[in-house]
Write a protein that binds this ligand. Structure first.
Ligand SMILES: Cc1ncc(COP(=O)(O)O)c(C=O)c1O
Length: 430
């Protein structure tokens, strides 16, 4: 494990970074290179590259069995999955969702001409707060769209009650939540439908990819039509559709990784616990806990930095980590409501999402996954501890550096007279 003992050894102050190669959040997990290559060879020999090929069907069946859901419709990515789901359900008007989500959740609605209405979150769980959903319901509301952020389930029964009471659909963006459960049932079985992402950065990836899962037979049939332009056979288009198909290569990666899903979780789990042990006692750091009675994929190691106790704010801590090539990430910053086109659509949202606004300033995700070793976890944690223990000294040094830089840039901006344009008396006289 690498350790720093004096602030002069920090890369932010010009020292060599601790890591030559960056440590990333969400570096792809690859179960077996040879297993994947073998499947790629099968695909090439079969010459069946896409259009509901055998690997896509196998991937879908495996997901159905694993989750205990009737239908899995594999798609090219979760964003398009959300879009065809909204279209298939004929959502109109407004849909209530958290602003603390990846922008795709909101864009997928807007791309279907549905207006996203942003709801605040519960700061303890980072998920949509059911109590704050009710006041946002209007006659135009057609659905509630929860997001199981970090794989932790929303308060599903409360949301379900509200959705039933107001007769609106209940959907979940489960992009983070493959392999996770709620009250013992796997995520993917709740609401009218849920959507997983298998993007390269997710715990289980199919390079790009996603899946819509539902127990609704009619909806599943519609989704299958819609992901393939609405074709119900040769030359027979019976529904509006698009191209949302998953390729065979993606399914091959998905199936290969499914075989190693337990290994991924076990690495994530160990790293998460090591982070917890190492960070728990550091003042001003809260590490988001997983409910260990549930299945979790432990893919995200999320900390909140309370700058009043840590003596250092999230962004400064992140800069210190980045300088060392530890690419920790802010998440969902600055919140969907502060990004276009939503910022312009809702100029008054400024005051209405205080928990979201508070969280985006203090949340940070730390590197995890199969490319991260226990030694890396110890190094990252000890660096965070060091930065917080030495926060005052670091602040002073950063301030001095900033002053120097400002002075230098003022100096650079000052235009000195060009000596060749100065005509001295004797020259003029020549
Ligand atoms: C919460 C959430 N929703 C949706 C998506 C979009 O997934 P995809 O990249 O598969 O389109 C992501 C992707 O990172 C996400 O984190």
């Amino acid at each position: 494990m690498k350790e720093i003992t004096s602030i002069d050894q920090l890369a932010i102050f010009g020292h060599e970074p601790m890591y030559k190669e960056p440590l990333y959040v969400g570096r792809p997990n690859i179960g077996s290179q040879s297993g994947f290559i073998q499947r790629v060879n099968d695909i090439l020999e079969r010459r069946w590259l896409t259009n509901n090929g055998p690997y896509v069907v196998e991937f879908e069946n495996k997901i159905c069995n694993m989750i205990g859901v009737r239908h899995c419709v594999a798609v090219c990515n979760a964003t398009i999955g959300l879009e065809i789901l909204f279209r298939a359900l004929e959502l109109t008007g407004e849909v209530i969702l958290p602003s603390f989500t990846f922008i795709a959740t909101a864009h997928a609605l807007r791309n279907q001409d549905v207006t996203p209405v942003f709801c605040d979150i519960d700061p303890k769980t980072h998920n949509i707060d059911p109590e704050k959903v009710v006041p946002l319901i209007t006659r135009k509301t057609s659905a509630i769209l929860g997001v199981h952020v970090w794989g932790n389930a929303c308060e599903i029964s409360n949301l379900d009650e509200i959705a039933k009471l107001y007769q609106v659909k209940l959907l979940f963006d489960a992009a983070h939540a493959f392999g996770c459960s709620h009250h013992g049932s796997m995520i993917g079985t709740f609401g009218d439908a849920e959507v997983f992402s298998f993007h390269a950065t997710k715990y289980l990836n199919s390079i790009e990819g996603g899946a819509i899962v539902t127990n609704n037979d009619e909806l599943a049939e519609k989704l299958r039509l819609m992901r393939n332009f609405g074709f119900s056979g040769y030359d027979n288009v019976v529904h509006l559709g698009t191209n949302a198909k998953m390729t065979e290569m993606s399914a091959a990666m998905g199936i290969t990784n499914l075989e190693f899903a337990h290994d991924f979780i076990s690495v994530n789990f160990q790293n998460y616990h090591l982070y917890r042990e190492s960070l728990e006692s550091i003042p001003g750091i809260r590490i988001l806990a997983y409910d260990e009675k549930e299945h979790n994929n432990y893919h995200y190691v999320i900390i909140e930095i309370d700058d009043s106790r840590a003596g250092i704010d999230r962004d400064t801590l992140m800069k210190i980590l980045h300088a060392e090539n530890i690419i920790a990430r802010r998440y969902f910053y600055p919140g969907c409501h502060r990004m276009e086109p939503y910022r312009s659509m809702y100029p008054n949202f400024d005051q209405s999402l205080p928990e979201t606004d508070g969280l985006v300033k203090k949340v940070m995700s730390l590197p995890n996954g199969t490319s991260i070793t226990p030694n890396d976890v110890k190094t990252v944690s000890s660096l965070i501890g060091f930065a917080i223990r030495n926060a005052a000294e670091i602040r002073v040094k950063l301030l001095e550096r900033e002053k120097k830089l400002t002075y230098q840039s003022n100096l650079d901006r000052y235009v000195f007279p060009n000596p060749t344009s100065i005509h001295y008396q004797d020259e003029v006289g020549v």
